[in-house]
Design a protein around this ligand. Structure first.
Ligand code: HDD
Length: 749
């Protein structure tokens, strides 16, 4: 029988009997064994702890992929991993090949069940620094002044599968794990401050309705289908959340530009036992911005990883995303209401004008996960992970969540020991009496995991509140009778959505009407459309009439007088200015552009904390006068949705020579001269999506050919590239140029 064969023997390896000598080195693979590269500086996450309490870095036993030699899972060194052990080169594979069986068996079990909701997500490590401003009402140590706490944050969509697109219209999850010195605190929120249902018992129903139809399993990651709209029209408490979904909040520009909300009312407890009711808010430093619907749809195909990429790229580039944590505070009165609003109803909000959001700390995301599965996929959040000073209320939605999250991890992570997975391990010392179970990695010593005991010296002892024990607030439960019912205040399903709608800018309202029209037009059942119009009629007649017109249906009358509500301007995303950090500026150029000016401009963009990407007819470098300039995107792989603003750096005839005669002829037939049609598409889309555009020199001709009038709002043309950039940057502080499309022109976007 011939000896084992293999492709390559690495330099420095001892010869193996029967194995051919070293071959000529192949360029594409390293030939010298070496230690793997250390993680990039900005990639190292906070310390993660092992079951033995040692920091992960100090515990090589739990790290894989260290060292230079390949081994089996048992630590046995291998000389070949590319060929099964066979009875001769052309013979049958032998069952005795342990390496083959181990490798395939492990692979067969690599996938775990995806999350039943929020399956698609992206995460980052960071740090939270308390301002100390909450310390008078909350004894949680991590909120103390300048206390720094490591965090891990996972953002997600709700409905789609793990591989679905990022930019679908949906709620976004915003879950934060604080590794505090008093134990883990999880704030498991969303980017929308209200929820579809008031009682957790309906959660399986709303999710069944929102997920793809059970027969064909379509549509993926969409609410635009009959079952979703059937449910929300029959459970009118869902109207408020649905309206937020149909607003621009349903299609965020970036995870970095989303607000986050704890949704429920929580109870904070001070050192003396005094209590305050609060709602948690995350406020992004970059402001709250959204995509346009057409952009979101295009991006779903062009770059399904858009939000995931955006988060990772920003962190890698050092543009660390930041949010302030804030609280709205309410007296803990026996009714648990504030100005008539039931604080236990998760479909209601309290306007910020009535109860301002007070900042209590700052979160900065500083490092990408090193391994998606180990961290982002295996992180397990739970609203019941609380620390002293933060307590729950009797919101019936929260009650069900307190059961559901720990339960789901047992299926998803394969057993009850998921808290031992590195990303889930607390940074506070653990001394529990939980034992055994699947995937137990701790080696517990002692003989008496029960208490009291006399065999382990009586350990573990209990702590009192003074030693940091979590003591539930002694809330009085009113004398009552067992019922399956909701309080009367939960019956108001219209005043809050009405306030939200009336608080929006006219442009935002148009988007809401367009979104409802789109989604309902995707329903097949006429009765579902009509029932939803009846729900809208009770929220606002203008909204109802707009959607009805789009569907070609009569607008129903409201079922009664409309509630008289005061708008809350804080709910609108428009009308503010924000930092432009991390914004992406595409600069279209070719060999004929003034490359010296282009280089200067790139530097200015970078100095401004933004990202300049040169878009050219070909990759590599532009080598004209003043060059070379490195190219980041080509006409073939750039699409407008990636850029917040586009600049055209002179040279009207771009692309004409570089591309096939067919494209150029097509452009000429359209009367666009010999400008590459992909450049025209880039510019016309960006114009339609209300983005700032700038040009100098011959670039103005490209704008004109793309149908972007020079005198339109947000189109900046000058001979001086520096002043074009400065005006465009100013426009970016407002995100988009909505004055380009006065109300009534939404249909063009
Ligand atoms: Fe939930 C995951 C947010 C109601 C049951 N939820 C999950 C995640 C977020 C939220 C952000 C993803 C966590 C992660 O990244 O791993 N959920 C919310 C909010 C709610 C809410 C803000 C209402 C205010 N959820 C809710 C209810 C139930 C659940 C009423 C069940 C009764 N949620 C789950 C779950 C998930 C989950 C099935 C799926 C994966 C997981 O928990 O770990 O247990």
């Amino acid at each position: 029988m011939a000896g084992p064969t293999h492709d390559k023997q690495q330099k420095g390896e001892p010869p193996i009997p029967g194995r051919p000598g070293p071959e000529a080195p192949q360029l594409e693979e390293p030939t010298e064994p070496r230690e793997p590269l250390p993680p990039k500086k900005d990639q190292s996450g906070p310390e993660v702890y092992t079951a033995t309490g040692r920091a992960l870095d100090a515990d090589p036993t739990v790290r894989s992929q260290t060292g230079s030699r390949l081994t089996t899972a048992q630590g046995l060194r291998l000389y070949d991993t590319d060929h099964s052990l066979k009875a001769g080169e052309r013979g049958p594979v032998l069952l005795q090949d342990h390496h083959l069986r181990e490798k395939i068996t492990h692979f067969d079990h690599e996938r775990i069940p995806e999350r039943v909701v929020h399956a698609r997500g992206a995460a980052a490590h960071g740090v939270f620094r308390g301002y100390g401003t909450a310390s008078n009402i909350c004894k949680a140590a991590f909120l103390g002044k300048d206390v720094e706490t490591p965090v891990f944050v996972r953002f997600s969509t709700v409905l789609g599968s793990r591989g679905s697109a990022d930019t679908v219209r949906d709620t976004r999850g915003f879950a934060t794990k604080f590794y505090t010195q008093q134990g883990v605190f999880d704030l498991v929120g969303n980017n929308i401050p209200v929820f579809f249902i008031q009682d957790a018992i309906k959660f399986p129903d709303i999710i069944h309705a929102g997920k793809p139809h059970p027969d064909r399993e379509i549509p993926q990651a969409q609410s635009a289908h009959d079952t979703f709209w059937d449910f929300v029209s029959l459970h009118t408490e869902a109207a408020h959340h649905t309206l937020w979904n149909m607003s621009d909040r349903g299609i965020p520009r970036s995870f970095r530009m989303m607000e986050g909300f704890g949704v429920h009312t929580f109870r904070l407890v001070d050192e003396q036992g005094g209590t305050t009711l609060v709602k948690f808010h995350w406020k992004p430093r970059l402001g709250v911005h959204s995509l346009t619907w057409e952009e979101a749809q295009i991006t779903g195909g062009v770059d399904p990883d858009f939000h995931r990429r955006d988060l990772a790229d920003a962190i890698e580039a050092g543009a660390f995303p930041e949010w302030e944590l804030g609280i709205q505070t309410f007296p803990d009165n026996p009714e648990q209401t504030f100005r008539g609003i039931d604080l236990l109803d998760p479909t209601k909000i309290v306007p910020e004008e009535w109860a301002p959001v007070q900042p209590i700390g700052l979160m900065t995301l500083t490092a990408n996960p090193s391994n998606f599965f180990a961290e982002t996929e295996q992180v397990a959040f739970h609203p019941g992970h609380l620390v002293p000073g933060i307590d729950i209320t009797d919101d019936p939605l929260l009650a069900g969540r307190l059961f559901s999250y720990i339960d789901t991890q047992i299926t998803r992570l394969g057993g009850p020991n998921f808290a031992q997975i590195p990303v889930n391990r607390p940074h506070a010392p653990i001394n529990d009496m939980l034992r055994d179970g699947l995937h137990q990695t701790a080696v517990h010593s002692g003989v008496a995991p029960y208490r009291p005991n006399s065999l382990d010296g009586g350990c573990p002892f209990l702590a009192g509140a003074a030693d940091g024990a979590y003591v539930e607030t002694p809330v009085t439960v009113p004398e009552s009778t067992k019922v399956r019912a909701a309080p009367a205040s939960f019956a108001d399903h219209t005043s809050h959505p009405r306030r939200f709608y009336l608080s929006l800018d006219p442009v935002e309202r148009e988007h809401v009407i367009a979104a409802y029209t789109f989604e309902l037009s995707k329903c097949y059942e006429q009765a579902v459309k009509e029932r939803n119009l009846r729900v809208l009629a009770d929220i606002d007649p203008e909204l109802c009439a707009g959607v009805a017109a789009g569907l070609g249906l009569p607008a129903p009358e409201p079922s009664g007088p409309l509630p008289d509500v005061e708008p809350s301007p804080a709910l609108s995303q428009l009308g503010h200015t924000w930092p432009t950090d991390g914004r992406i500026i595409g600069i279209i150029a070719d060999e004929n552009s003034d490359l010296a000016a282009l280089s200067d401009l790139r530097s200015t963009v970078l100095e401004g904390g933004m990202v300049p990407l040169v878009i050219a007819p070909h990759g590599g470098e532009l080598a004209g006068s003043g060059g070379p300039v490195t190219v980041q995107r080509t006409f073939a792989n750039a699409r407008s949705v990636e850029f917040d603003a586009l600049l055209v750096a002179g040279a009207p005839g771009m692309g004409a020579d570089a591309y096939g005669a067919r494209d150029v002829k097509a452009a000429q037939r359209q009367g666009s001269g010999n400008i590459d049609p992909r450049v025209l598409l880039l510019l016309s889309e960006a114009y339609r999506h209300a983005k700032a555009l700038g040009a100098w020199g011959g670039g103005a001709d490209a704008l004109a050919a793309a149908g972007c009038p020079q005198d339109a709002p947000g189109v900046v043309v000058s001979q001086d590239p520096g002043s074009v950039l400065s005006e465009v940057t100013d426009l970016l502080t407002r995100h988009r140029v909505w004055d380009r499309f006065p109300p009534g022109t939404t249909a063009t976007r």
